[in-house]
Design a protein around this ligand. Structure first.
Ligand SMILES: Cc1cc2nc3c(=O)[nH]c(=O)nc-3n(C[C@H](O)[C@H](O)[C@H](O)COP(=O)(O)O)c2cc1C
Length: 164
């Protein structure tokens, strides 16, 4: 049986962490969060401002070392929130830093957002090595940061999880 790992970043431990846990529970995967060395301010406006600057120039903030060894896994599911219509900066750092370790693996990406025409999945997939087998990703839309207000029909989410 394939060994699977869900890797995610979540700013507020809301939509993205909820979705990561749901996926891991459903497919029996291990799970680990990406932790930035310098946490994003809990204040929405300040976090937005820093995120805008970082996303605008594809900045890669330092992240803490991961506990999981990617080499132990066949399939990696990577996700996080959409920021300024792209992936969040800590997810970018993870993908860039681990590009070589992801080579040859099966990968799928997910994004949580509130539905402002994001192209974050494409942004993430563009950083995967060509040797990856990519399972089409999923954008899951929430009304706001509250993980209980999912707008994407649940059957679509379940159907996507079944592809993992
Ligand atoms: C800095 C920042 C930028 C965001 N930019 C977008 C965006 O461009 N499009 C969108 O649909 N949602 C955007 N959002 C909303 C988040 O993607 C959404 O609230 C996310 O699912 C929250 O998950 P988390 O708290 O688990 O990180 C943004 C949120 C933040 C904090």
């Amino acid at each position: 049986m394939a060994r699977k790992l869900v890797v995610y970043y979540s700013w507020k431990n809301s939509a993205a962490s909820y979705m990561a846990q749901r996926i891991a529970d459903a497919i029996g995967a291990d799970i680990e969060g990406i932790v930035p060395e310098l946490a994003y301010n809990g204040n929405y406006d300040l976090a937005m401002e820093r995120a805008k600057r970082e996303v605008g120039c594809n900045f890669e903030p330092k992240i803490k070392p991961m506990q999981s060894n990617l080499e132990d896994y066949d399939e990696i599911i990577i996700g996080g929130p959409c920021w300024w219509q792209k992936m969040s900066s800590p997810v970018r750092t993870f993908l860039v830093k681990n590009r070589r370790r992801l080579a040859g693996k099966t990968v799928s990406c997910f994004i949580t957002n509130y539905g402002r025409k994001p192209w974050a999945i494409e942004d993430m997939e563009s950083l995967l090595p060509e040797s990856c087998t990519v399972i089409p990703g999923m954008e899951i839309r929430f009304e706001d940061e509250d993980a209980s207000c999912q707008e994407t029909p649940d059957e679509q989410v379940t159907a996507w999880i079944e592809t993992l």
